[in-house]
Design a protein around this ligand. Structure first.
Ligand code: FES
Length: 653
């Protein structure tokens, strides 16, 4: 008679094994992705599987009762103490007795996929650089003297095929008490980057460590620092939090921070100190929010623009302020998180900074490239990450181009007369009736339109306080569509437009969007100055995109992805009416949400993704807008709304 047939789902891997083989052993021999931390001791529960019984014509087997062994004492104890979900077995304890179909549920797969947030984002396949394993170490022997660490290393080799481990002094200091307390069983957090041959022990615990391993994905922006706390076991985001970048007090935008460093001796060190302190605070806060001990954070991935990158690392950014904009290093940087002053987290934690693309196009753009993978796109894809600087990527499988364009802060509501941050009370959506020229709008924090009954009551707490970035973009586009604004961006007077809302302001006109003076609030106007600020910002963005299209030799893109927290709120139609982005079918314009943050999470949870993006970045063709004469030409033509020369056939549809 033949040995029993074992079929694993969803992988479909199958093989025959002698009766009595543990399911975990069969899985390992077939290369099935089944997790284990305790090495088959029946205590970690990571190896749970779900056997199926009955007829499986698809697989050509019938599975009878008794195809797996009955519960043994270990499984019974586990069920008594912790409870085993009905229908589940511990793969390390249950043994094969007859033909069997065994499902490995997602939570038992080491390389499980994490659900993606935005449709275009790549899913994350778990394969973090840091993982947990439990080992049983030989007790010391007078007759065969050897060090505790050497015996631990031997045990890792014998039980896990992990060779050549090293340990920093902080681990050697904890090693002996941990081994004795755990009765020679310990759990170790092991860090091994892709392609790195020697794994490093980052922490050690007596017995089975059940507190989990965590990582931080940090998007270090010039205005805000945003972080996600992730479980390195299953990729879950436990908490997301952010705070203002305290460097703002040294300069609102990047160039003013570079000048601060140039003008003030020690200015760069001051800014380095400020940002590191804020990141340490954020790490402590987010751990508290996620309900975990910050000392269990073992990995940190940071994405940021080149100036923030240098300031975080304590490198004077002065070279980034002048041509030829040389980076100290364009490659990725791996270092100890302690060197970045991230004190609340594990002392041995590792930090990884993604590579920068060029002097103006940073690791944040690299993270967007990792999340959106333009280098794998079938369709020619334009990705814009809109912020104070717009990072622009254009490409497909044939190649990817990148540049950065100085849009300024107008898209974030700065430099706008009634502009404000996206916060409750800010106007975020606008519509203007083409006949009556009367507006209606929505504010953040309220689902009603301003013309709906109950709007005043619903917004009583915040009032209508100003207009945020997406609000001003919609307002300008709507004004153009309603004929309040000519193609050059000039606001018409009350006679020309037939609307009393167009009020004279000196020699120009402004459009009254909302008057809250009766409730003690502001009068919110879209002024000629506001229109000019938006025109400058959108021309810079469009010109950058156009320059990349020139380099690629095309005058059309097939797909547009709007990235950035702000990109998530821009309406594609309004962005196109304004001429922020080139013409494309509206259903081909999508939002990727915070793609840089998603890219940081991918690099945190999957070590191979790090080497992948390092290679991709080396192949990206960088275009420097500052030295390209055509940039200026594109910029001038893009000043008109939507554009002086380029057609927008998608808008006519
Ligand atoms: Fe740990 Fe089975 S491998 S319980």
């Amino acid at each position: 008679t033949q040995d029993p047939l074992v079929i694993f789902t969803p992988s479909g891997k199958r093989g025959r094994f002698p009766a009595g083989t543990p399911v975990l052993t069969a899985a390992r021999q077939l290369g099935v992705d089944l997790d284990s931390v305790c090495g088959g001791r029946g205590i970690c529960s990571k190896c749970q599987v779900a056997p199926s019984y009955g007829d499986f014509p698809k697989h050509g087997v019938t599975v009878r009762e008794g195809a797996l062994s009955d519960w043994n004492a270990v499984e019974e104890r586990y069920d008594r103490v912790r409870g085993l979900t009905s229908g589940r077995r511990l793969g390390c304890q249950a043994t094969v007795q007859g033909d069997i179909v065994i499902d490995v549920p997602p939570e038992s797969q080491v390389h499980r996929q994490v659900v993606r947030k935005a449709a275009s984002n790549r899913p994350i396949t778990m394969d973090p650089a840091t993982r947990l394993v439990m080992v049983e170490v030989q007790a010391p022997d007078m007759h065969d003297p050897s060090g505790d660490f050497e015996r631990l290393a031997q045990a890792l080799k014998d039980q896990w095929q992990i060779e050549g481990v090293t340990a920093p002094l902080s681990i050697l200091q904890k090693l002996q008490p941990a081994l004795r307390k755990g009765n020679w069983q310990v759990s170790v957090a092991l860090h091994q980057a892709a392609g790195q041959d020697k794994p490093v022990i980052l922490d050690i615990w007596p017995g089975l460590h059940e507190g989990g391993l965590y990582g931080l994905a940090i998007d270090l922006g010039s205005t805000t620092i945003a972080a996600h706390l992730c479980d390195l076991g299953d990729g879950r985001v436990l908490a997301s939090s952010g705070l203002m970048n305290p460097q703002i007090r040294f300069g609102e935008d990047l160039m003013s921070r570079v000048s601060y460093a140039m003008m003030n001796p020690g200015g760069d060190a001051e800014m380095t100190h400020a940002v590191r302190e804020a990141m340490a605070t954020l790490a402590g806060e987010i751990a508290a929010e996620g309900g975990i001990d910050p000392a269990l954070i073992f990995e940190v991935v940071v994405v940021c623009n080149p100036v923030m990158h240098h300031l975080l690392l304590g490198i004077d950014p002065v070279e980034l302020g002048q041509a030829p904009f040389a980076l100290a290093t364009a490659g990725s940087v791996t270092l100890s998180a302690a060197e970045l002053g991230l004190t609340p987290i594990a002392p041995a934690a590792q930090a990884y900074l993604l590579p920068c693309i060029a002097g103006h196009v940073g690791a944040d753009a690299a993270a967007v490239a990792l999340a959106e993978a333009p280098n794998r796109a079938e369709e020619l894809t334009l990705i814009v990450d809109v912020g104070t600087n717009a990072e622009i990527l254009l490409g497909d499988r044939e190649g990817v181009l990148a540049c950065s364009s100085p849009t300024g802060p107008a898209f974030e509501g700065a430099q706008i007369s009634a502009g404000q941050r996206a916060a409750p009370g800010a106007i975020e959506r606008v519509e203007i009736d083409h006949d009556t020229k009367e507006p209606r709008f929505k504010v953040i924090g309220c689902d009603l339109w301003s013309t709906d009954p109950g709007f005043a009551a619903a917004t009583m707490d915040t009032g209508v306080t100003g207009i945020c970035g997406s609000g001003i973009i919609e307002a300008v586009a709507e004004m153009r569509m309603a004929g309040l604004l000519d193609p050059s961006g000039l606001i018409g007077g009350p006679e020309a437009t037939g609307s009393a809302r167009c009020e004279a302001q000196g020699r120009t006109y402004a459009y009254l969007l909302h008057d809250a003076t009766a409730e003690g609030g502001p009068r919110i106007l879209v002024t000629q100055g506001d229109i000019r600020a938006i025109q400058l910002a959108k021309s810079a963005l469009y010109a950058g995109a156009r320059l990349l299209m020139d380099q690629r030799g095309v005058d059309k893109v097939e797909r547009i992805v709007l990235a950035g927290a702000f990109g998530a709120h821009i309406s594609p139609k309004h962005a196109m009416v304004l001429g922020m982005i080139p013409d494309a079918a509206l259903d081909k314009v999508t939002s990727a949400g915070n793609a840089a943050g998603h890219g940081a999470r991918i690099a945190l949870c999957n070590r191979a993704a790090r080497s992948q993006i390092e290679q991709t970045v080396r192949k990206i063709h960088k275009v420097e807008t500052a030295v390209e004469p055509r940039f200026q030409e594109h910029f001038v033509n893009a000043n008109a709304i939507p554009h002086a020369t380029d057609p927008f056939p998608a808008l006519a549809r």
